[in-house]
Design a protein around this ligand. Structure first.
Ligand code: AQP
Length: 334
């Protein structure tokens, strides 16, 4: 059977990148006829220190963002990771299956750790094994993610294959990353070679789902560009990462292709294109940010949704982790 799983870290400001690369696509998939399971991965978030009060708020805010983007908690299972202990259980089993050499090849750890790898938490280093557990504890087959997570889904496949091989079983499926659309890698507004990220020190580098209309317009007005007018074909964007990024954002927000955007704006200067992009972004993001604020007025409703989601998720995950433990030789006598 097919099953879709994905997660987002409750680590702060959700960005336009998270919206276009993840949230918006998750919502589309809930009507695909395949079961959808979406998670707030708080255990991942604590791989770098989080202020506990902030983490609580951010987890509820992320739940509110899922709902504000149109996620229906009846259609999809929506929950936070720490309320389903099977994730952490399977992660330990996978720590014993995955190899240190595999982790050493993970580019996200290298990017996040920089020169400080020795000072990072062990959890940040082992992050991909927990992510593999998140996916495989549901035997998920499809994982919608942004381009940046492709390597981790590939590692998940390696872990599944090694488990199946080491214990001579055909237990875990080989999940596929689903990376599609024009916005699988939304770039920073200040540097077209860096992805837009909620942890970038510059707030001007990203559009946050919580930004008001004026802030969104200002960030787009100040976004880095080049002096040339927009080309009339996507070929002309090849060596122009900042221009390409803004065109792709416009295309994704208006649910069309970059070619179509250039058909409309080709030949125009950024002075004309940027206000149109700002209007579009405000029209799409504004209602979401209002709805997040409205939902945050009653967090007990959010907590109830998460509790129910956790029960549904645990019902699927527990038998799978128990079977994995039995395969590995653990005695489960109750
Ligand atoms: N810039 C992006 N473009 C497209 N997709 C993106 N995603 C993140 N940034 C972009 C996708 O959002 C999902 C959730 O990401 P996450 O919060 O779990 O972790 P991340 O990928 O590390 O996201 P950030 O924003 O960069 O957070 P920090 O700064 O905390 O590391 C994933 O599907 C991701 O691909």
């Amino acid at each position: 059977a097919q099953r879709i799983f994905s997660g987002i870290q409750p680590s702060g400001n959700l960005t336009l990148g998270n919206y276009l690369g993840a949230l918006n696509r998750f919502v589309t998939m809930q009507d695909s006829g395949i079961e959808t399971i979406y998670c707030m991965v708080d255990l991942h978030a604590i791989s770098v220190w989080q202020n506990p009060d902030d983490l609580r708020r951010q987890t509820r805010e992320l739940a509110a963002a899922y709902l504000a983007c149109g996620l229906d908690p009846e259609k999809s299972i929506l929950f936070n990771q720490s309320q389903v202990p099977a994730h952490a259980q399977l992660a330990w089993l996978f720590n014993c299956v995955a190899r240190v050499g595999w982790m050493n090849r993970m580019t996200q750890f290298k990017d996040k750790a920089g020169k400080n790898a020795e000072k990072m938490s062990l959890g940040l280093y082992a992050y991909p094994a927990l992510m593999a557990a998140d996916i495989l504890v549901y035997k998920a087959t499809h994982v919608p993610v942004g381009e940046d997570q492709k390597q981790h889904v590939e590692l998940t496949r390696d872990i599944a294959a090694k488990f199946n091989h080491d214990y001579d079983v055909d237990f875990f499926p080989m999940p596929e990353p689903v990376i599609e659309g024009v916005a699988t890698r939304v770039m920073s507004l200040r540097d077209g070679s860096k992805k837009m990220s909620k942890s970038d020190p510059s707030d001007m580098s990203r559009i946050n789902l919580k930004d008001d209309a004026d802030t969104i317009a200002k960030k787009i007005r100040k976004a880095k560009t080049d002096p040339e007018p927009l080309p009339s074909e996507t070929d002309g964007l090849k060596e122009r990462p900042e221009a390409r990024n803004l065109v792709n954002i416009y295309a994704a927000l208006s649910e069309t292709s970059a070619d179509n955007v250039l058909r409309e704006f080709g030949g125009q200067q950024f002075g004309q294109f940027k206000p149109a992009l700002a209007d579009l972004a405000v029209a799409k993001i504004g209602p979401i940010s209002d709805e997040i604020a409205r939902l945050m007025n009653d967090t007990s409703q959010i907590d109830a949704i998460l509790g129910k989601g956790a029960d549904r998720a645990a019902n699927i995950a527990e038998p799978i982790v128990n079977e994995a433990m039995e395969i590995m030789g653990m005695v489960l006598s109750r």
